[in-house]
Design a protein around this ligand. Sequence first.
Ligand SMILES: [Zn+2]
Length: 552
Amino acid sequence: MIWNSMSKRTANVHVRTQWRPQVSSIAVSIFVALYLLLLMNRSFWSKGWLYLDGRMATIAFFGIGLAALYVALCVSLSVKYAMKPAFILLILASAAMAWFMDRYGVIVDVEMIRNAAETNSAEASHLITPAFLLHLLIYGVLPSMLLVWIRVRHQDFRKKLRTNLVVIFPALAVALIAGLSHAGAYAAATRAHRDWLPTLNPFAPLVTTVQFALRSSAEVNVVAAPIGEDAGVSDSASQRKPRLLVVVVGETARAENFSLGGYVRQTNPELSGKAIYYFRDTTSCGTATAVSLPCMFSVYGRSDYSHEKGRATENLLDVLSHAGVSIEWWDNNTGSKEIAARVPERSLVAREDAQFCADGECQDGILLDELDARIGAVQRDTVLVLHQIGSHGPSYYLRYPQEFRRFVPDCRSAEFSECSQEEIVNAYDNTILYTDHVLAQAIARLEEEQERLDVSLLYMSDHGESLGEYGLYLHGAPYLIAPSEQTHVPFLLWLGTEAQADYSGTCLKAETGPPQSHDNLFHTVLGLMRVETAVRDPQLDLATRCRSRLSG
Ligand SMILES: [Zn+2]
């Protein structure tokens, strides 16, 4: 009886496995290598064609060399039990990355991964569209299922080692010879076009991910070293009104689409009615929130800044705290990126506000409600940082309410391929129009408090956005090759009556023309709050040098 059922089960297994083709581990490895290299590398090959000037022999040898390298790598991974999971991981990762590289011109560097790692689920969900899932199904899931289905023929360990080495060594030799054959051309092309090799899918992004993981684990226990402990407000608080400075940190607003800076469309109808100093040539520190934001508030300028240094040193908010200034960070975005680690941070994102919030995100009007509710409580020198959602894509249409849907037709989808170029730009311009409104309304609130407070507002965007120029969308391009659309940001200053009397308008006006940058924020905010400290660099402080009369 027992024997009977055993043999039946064996027979069943036999029938089932008969339908599963058996393939040698070497053949599977070669197939996966070629699949990854040829089908998952559209961006890499189209750039290669361009950067190698369409020289057939140069490209062919490059292709042969890379194919040999991919085969060597995949064969090295063809260890029993580890092989299928490893290949499935490579196929799924490369399918996902191919989508963003081919579709948005994304280049995966450490900063891009940091930004992705620090995003929230609502923000990430906008990138996961039905078209993306279909792409992942066809190029990732189906080949993976095929891989699960087939039976891989493995040899015993010794034999396998020998066979694998017989493939790996000649493959490496071929790669070396092919590489050397046109070494000069390859070296020149990779040097001249830094965006090329990082698109080699999936190995370049995977190496970058490992680098990011190593760096992040190294900074888990970093404690920020104090700076500006000598800071103090230079004039006595008892002889004047308390100062309130609202710093609005913008999101994804590019200077090209601000009519204050010369954009042909009227995207700043409300701000243009205010007495604004608009610094028209301002450069960002990074091209993504996770880079720009800590850099803006850091004592280091862009040329000295690194993520590690930023984390290891206190920032602008800490220096203001040392000076006795009250600080709050209000967040309608993905958090302060540790900038507000030592001061109160209030997240508005999860509010259940029927007017402004839905699906875990709020429109920036919620910041105005918060300002209404809390401005009355300001009694002493205070800096409020308002971190907007601004123009964050790709779902621009979610960023503004119906009444700001003025440039039409506007793209109503997170999937750019469903919209025309005009619709994408219209939706983006509506987000700028709404930011214009939010800033002007914040200024109006401050104006109402001028009787008891010395008020001012500073706005600076964290980075810009590509709207299809050079085939790029969104942001996050490596800084060295980023187009100006991603690094040229709006920066403006508004002063209340009290503050206006303290500053020379002619001097401030003169500063709006020459190049400024994120480097100015740290020092200018200290200047506006009259904080004296050794870490304030007068060269970068736009406020102090334009102060016309000294009081206190
Ligand atoms: Zn950003």
